[in-house]
Design a protein around this ligand. Structure first.
Ligand code: FAD
Length: 292
């Protein structure tokens, strides 16, 4: 099922993200975790491509398995920045063979090695180049892209960030998923600005449940997200007690999601990080809301 159809619905829905294993030996345990999450019957599941420490090799295998075994629509991520045109074309072909209908077109992060390399030789500099490749390959993919309520760390200002976002959407994007954020007002402000700029595709807010104190530093470093005082006090108070921190992190994420639904957001994406217990707890907290 194409996510563009699914996102037209008006009933609140929840989707989850998983990432492929870091090593071959971890494959079975990651597969089991993704299957446990699929059993929750989310509206869809996304499978990252190399992000979060996972390797890219298993993205398609996991996405294919979730769809075939559990009937859950999947979104396979694909990055392009360090790839040649031939490699990207091979991957697109492999996605077609795996029956993937939905692709998240991403640039990928600039690793320190890439920062120093000769950019004039790159086949893909930005995600928009991959969107164009996916549109021109003759396959009818539903393409998603990333957006940043608190601007992308490399952007100098939000106006510029939104200008390039619009260019990416116009190249053929059907929906956007946001970077994590911990203050919903930042999302509402961003939505206002992008709608004003003429970006009309559905936006899926991405919520990261912080369930252990170690995650905080990494999440902030990765996303540059603002930590509201309410969130900081929660980490200060419960960070050293793993079970309490987990409960508080799930409650905070649930609270954010309820506020999003209450303000008209239809689908929320949870960065569930291969944690079926966290995904299940959040879904359970929303059981009556998701029925409406
Ligand atoms: P782009 O859209 O190319 O934007 C990157 C920067 O370039 C921005 O500052 C933008 O303003 C600027 N820019 C864009 N177009 C132009 C242009 N034409 N000229 C000049 N500047 C331009 N990483 C992974 O490795 N694997 C994943 O699976 C993954 N999944 C993700 C999912 C989500 C929802 C998000 C938010 C991020 C994900 N990432 C993933 C991380 C992502 O790869 C990084 O955030 C990366 O730095 C930017 O990717 P992008 O697709 O947003 O890039």
């Amino acid at each position: 099922m194409k996510l563009s159809e699914l996102l037209r619905g008006e009933t609140p829905s929840l989707s989850f993200e998983v990432f492929p294993p870091k090593t071959d030996t971890a494959f079975e345990s990651v597969k089991n975790a993704t299957e446990e999450i699929a059993k929750l019957r989310p509206s869809f599941m996304s499978v990252t491509y190399g992000a979060g420490g996972g390797t890219s090799r298993y993205t398609l295998e996991i996405a294919k398995n979730i769809k075939a075994s559990y009937g859950v629509p999947t979104l396979a991520h694909l990055t392009c920045v360090s790839s040649t045109r031939e490699t990207v074309r091979e991957r697109i072909e492999a996605m077609c063979e795996a029956g993937i209908e939905n692709v998240m077109a991403l640039r990928g992060d600039l690793t320190p090695e890439l920062e120093g390399s000769d950019r004039s030789k790159w086949h893909y500099r930005h995600a928009v180049d991959l969107v164009r490749e996916l549109r021109e390959c003759g396959r009818d993919f539903c393409i998603g892209g990333a957006c940043y309520p608190e601007i992308h760390p490399e952007s100098t200002n939000q106006r510029e960030d939104i200008k390039y976002l619009k260019e990416k959407v116009n190249a053929g994007i059907s929906f956007l998923t946001t970077q994590m954020f911990f203050d919903n007002d930042l999302l509402y402000n961003f939505l206002y600005k992008i709608r004003e700029a003429g970006i009309t595709v559905p936006i899926i807010p991405g919520i990261m449940p912080i369930t252990n104190a170690n995650q905080v530093e990494r999440a902030v470093k990765l996303s540059g997200s603002f930590m509201p005082r309410r969130f900081k006090s929660l980490v200060d108070k419960f960070g050293s007690d793993p079970l309490a921190m987990k409960q508080a992190g799930i409650a905070y994420a649930t609270d954010q999601i309820i506020d999003l639904y209450a303000n008209g957001i239809v689908n929320v994406h949870v960065y569930s990080m291969n944690k079926p217990d966290v995904a299940a707890a959040i879904q359970n907290n929303l059981s009556q809301i998701l029925k409406k």
